[in-house]
Design a protein around this ligand. Sequence first.
Ligand code: PGA
Length: 253
Amino acid sequence: MTLSSTTPRPLIAGNWKMNGLSAALDEARAVAAGLDGRPAAARVAIFPPATLLHRLGATVEGSSVLTGGQDCHGKASGAHTGDTSAEMIADAGGTMVILGHSERRTDHGETCQLVAGKVEAALAANLEPIVCVGESLTQREAGEAVAFVVGQLHNSLPPSLAGKAFNVAYEPIWAIGTGHVASIDNIVEMHAAIRAELIALFGEQGRVTPILYGGSVKPDNAQEILAAPEVGGALVGGASLKAKDFLAIIEAA
Ligand code: PGA
């Protein structure tokens, strides 16, 4: 997907993680129905487990809801048992992919170099990546959060992203699934640092690349977070599993 020259609408992305059986499609159907007829102030995407991606596409067909994968392999195909390629995500109807989520980096030892390779694979399949970065509590307490995240970003974004649509998600690890949302000051400071690095890497394009915040975004804090400078959307885990909560977050955008 190539880049449009206009500033993108905020992106509200729902990451279901390893949650969701067939019944979860009812929630997606409710999200699609809830958006019907509303002005499309935000882009909305749902990232279900791979097992549901194809059926989710059919469920939300005809609505503005986008779908995508939670990860992809760095290779196009081959002997990689259990993995999903970017092309398979596209074949199942996905147009986006989350890459380098901290749970992938922790559970599967994903390095920035590996993530950058996955970004290349996603671009080759015409998927729009959301590249995740974020520091641990230890790093934040040591005063190393900004330097760490900027370094992670630098090493996870391949130069081939130039001219392509992509998003960055800042997700402090200590805020994910914990209910401890980062303070607005923390978010503003980090998003400014990420913006500066994006401009250093990609020039003019880096000025409009959406920077999402993720980590315990809920209906009651979404408005304040989404109104903060340089916040171009939200990556939502737990609160994306219920249509009512996810719609309330979309509403806040
Ligand atoms: P959370 O997850 O909203 O449940 O904190 C966010 C994420 O990890 O994407």
